[in-house]
Ligand binder design. Structure first.
Ligand code: GLU
Length: 400
């Protein structure tokens, strides 16, 4: 048998990428599949950003840059952090990565080690636990209850911290639940976090996608967290730039130096053309962001209404941010389908793909097997068609 590195051998495939890949495969084979799987804005990258890429290409900006990104991009990142988050960082305290995912991975690999524990409030994005395991540390999954709006409480946080705890990953707005930590929630958590001294990784990827008011940044609420705090962000969702692969990391200078060293030994710099486009994205007019968010808001309202009307689905909390709904589907899971119980959200997602040609992601790898994740980063026409089909199949399942 092929002998692989022990940690890579144990690695699970990314459930979000796998669901999207299955949908694409079926579409390419001619099936009329609607994908509500990957969290990927359906909008095109704004023209001014594409134009900046064309200019960079014409000017021959096709060479290596510093592994951590160009000076122009680091300055643009500092400008963004001040403008959007009220956080002052110097160029030596920030870097660019090839997508938010690489930034998160490199930070986790830099800070954590065997024997360490990293708290991940669940439901959480599928890749965090795997990244922590790859670093040699153990993810400590703490389930945030639906009754508490899927937000980790300060009491839960306090009791999860042990002598081995070295960090926590906080993602607000949250993928997959859409939960947003408001100022009062962040204030409560910040007290415990400041006392504990553990690394606080803030995943801000969905920061602009909020539909009922945003919240100040955790590091604004408690500036002492900056000493043991890391900002993780990406241009993918905000500027519809998923394919360009540009992520942002900000934190204490020594940490950034170490993360850049790691990046210098694995990928080197993020794509040079994409970096030039990213400068324009961050520094140019931000009107398109508001336009896209307004559209997501409309879709969120529509999706909530449709999900709440689906037999066997429940969605008690309004998803206040990101572009996902994460309904519970428990009543459907004990029902038998073709001789066997559906079992979990992944089982239901498989049936919906086969019977309704709608791709969703099951909740298992998000840490909530009794749920499914529905991405509404697709057109209203697709959403309407997809929900009509899901409704039909859910009725058939419940009617036996
Ligand atoms: N983060 C997005 C999602 O959850 C994109 C896919 C991925 O990187 O996991 O669907």
């Amino acid at each position: 048998m092929l002998k692989l590195n022990r940690r890579v051998a144990a690695l699970r495939p990314s459930a979000t990428m796998a669901a999207e890949a299955r949908a694409t495969e079926l579409k390419e084979a001619g099936a009329d599949v609607i994908s509500l799987a990957a969290g990927e804005p359906d909008f095109d990258t704004p023209e001014r950003i594409k134009e900046a890429a064309r200019r960079a290409l014409a000017a021959g900006q096709t060479k290596y840059t510093a592994a951590s990104g160009t000076t122009a991009l680091k300055q643009a990142i500092c400008y963004k952090l001040k403008r959007d988050n009220g956080l002052e960082y110097e160029a030596a305290e920030v870097m660019a990565s090839a997508g938010g995912k690489q930034g998160a991975f490199n930070v986790i690999a830099t800070l954590f080690d065997e024997g360490d524990e990293v708290i991940i409030p669940t439901p959480a994005w599928v890749s965090f636990a795997e990244m922590v395991r790859l670093s040699g540390a153990q993810p400590k999954l703490v389930r945030a209850s639906q009754d508490h709006g899927f937000r980790l409480s300060a009491a839960q946080l306090r009791s999860a911290i042990s002598a081995r705890t070295r960090g926590i990953i906080i993602n607000s707005p949250c993928n997959p639940t859409g939960a947003v930590y408001r100022e009062e929630h962040l204030r409560e958590l910040s007290r415990v976090l400041a006392e504990s001294g553990i690394w606080v990784l803030c995943d801000d990827v969905y920061e602009h996608m909020t539909y009922g008011g945003s919240a100040p940044h955790l590091f604004r609420i408690e500036p002492r967290l900056r000493y043991h705090g890391i900002v993780l962000n990406s241009l993918s969702k905000t500027y519809a730039m998923t394919g360009w692969r540009v992520g942002i990391v900000a934190g204490p200078r020594e940490v950034i130096q170490a993360v850049a060293r790691l990046q210098g030994q694995n990928s080197g710099n993020p794509n040079s053309i994409a970096q030039a486009a990213a400068v324009e994205a961050l520094k140019g007019p931000q009107d398109e962001v508001a336009t896209m968010v307004a559209e997501f808001h409309k879709r969120r309202d529509y999706v909530v209404e449709r999900v709440r009307a689906l037999p066997g689905f429940s969605l008690p909390n309004l998803p206040e941010g990101a572009f996902y709904a994460f309904p519970e589907v428990s009543p459907l899971l004990s029902v038998k389908w073709k001789g066997a119980p559906i079992g979990d959200g992944d089982g239901l997602a498989r049936i919906l793909l086969d019977e309704a040609q709608v791709a969703l992601v099951g909740g298992n790898d998000f840490g909530a097997p009794e749920h499914v994740r529905i991405s509404y980063a697709t057109s209203m026409a697709n959403l309407q068609k997809a929900f009509d089909r899901i409704e039909g199949v859910a009725r058939r399942i419940l009617e036996g």
